[in-house]
Design a protein around this ligand. Sequence first.
Ligand code: ADP
Length: 351
Amino acid sequence: MFKSARIKLTTWYLTIIMLVSLCFSFFIYRAVSTELEMGFRRAEIRHHAQDMGLQLPRRFSMRQEELRPELQEIAPRFLFIEDLEEAKRAVLFRLVTVNGVILLVSALASYLMAGNTLAPIEKAMEEQKRFVADASHELRTPLTALKTSMEVALREKQFNSKQAKIVLKEAVTDIDHLANLSTKMLRLSSLQQGSKIKFSAVDLSELVKDVTNKIKPLAREKEIQIETDLTKCIIEADSEQIREMITILIDNAIKYSNKKDKVKFTLKPLKKYVQIIIQDSGIGIAQKHLPHIFDRFYRVDSSRSKKKADGFGLGLSLAKQIIEVHEGRIDVVSRVEKGTTFIVKLPLKKS
Ligand code: ADP
């Protein structure tokens, strides 16, 4: 599909370039021809004038009525007509050659330009396709599990209310999982489509305090201690989106930490940015996985990380998207079994 689009675009670029080039060549040919005719005429008149022993100034008017009467008769004639035609043919030949070269060079340039123009569209379409394929895969797994448990329950001859409750409980868990997944996918898609951001002044330290308070019960389950080092920082941002991003990062820090580990949250204002550091001493991420963890649906394929926490591999891509919408950046440093540090930089509010 993109090959034929590239060829079509190349043809369009080439047509435009060649039209411009041919128009220029036509005007150049016309101008040079006129100049040649004038030059030849002037040379002929001067030649005849010399034969007649007349002296002409360096520049003289060639209008019939302004010429000397002796010269008026020979002025319209072209004695060197063949030389003139030869000179015009030479000009034409040069122009055709130049246009031939332009055609070849611009065909190549147009092909490259068309490739460059289509590359981001091709990338976006590839991503879209991958997203749809991954999303359907993620949706199908819990749906299949749900269907199987229902079918098994239906086949059961004696099905008491206790068994029914177990099946229904599992079904509710699967449905929750699906609902969670579709919410995350919708959030990601709306962010990617440039959903409206409600910018306002946000006190980041207050927001972090609020998030950590809400997440404390989860940390307590694993006896994880959350340490904070917060300096008051005001940023211009969508507070709900920033809350979501911080929740994802703290939630991951807890999810991928061992029992009794520590999670440290630091807020540090720099010159133009605020630095948010979320540091854990958990299972860490192997170097080879680091470049991919922000990709949609990417989960580190280690039995430890999968066993320890369930998820869809959408959290970090969502967090990154939010940060980018706010003109910030996110970096990660990690060592297996030593822990992971995420460093987020967001622009401070211009005072
Ligand atoms: P998930 O829903 O799987 O947590 P994320 O997009 O949030 O998806 O994270 C992608 C993957 O990156 C995770 O599956 C996990 O393997 C790894 N990861 C993210 N945060 C951490 C962390 N703090 N420590 C170790 N691994 C992490």
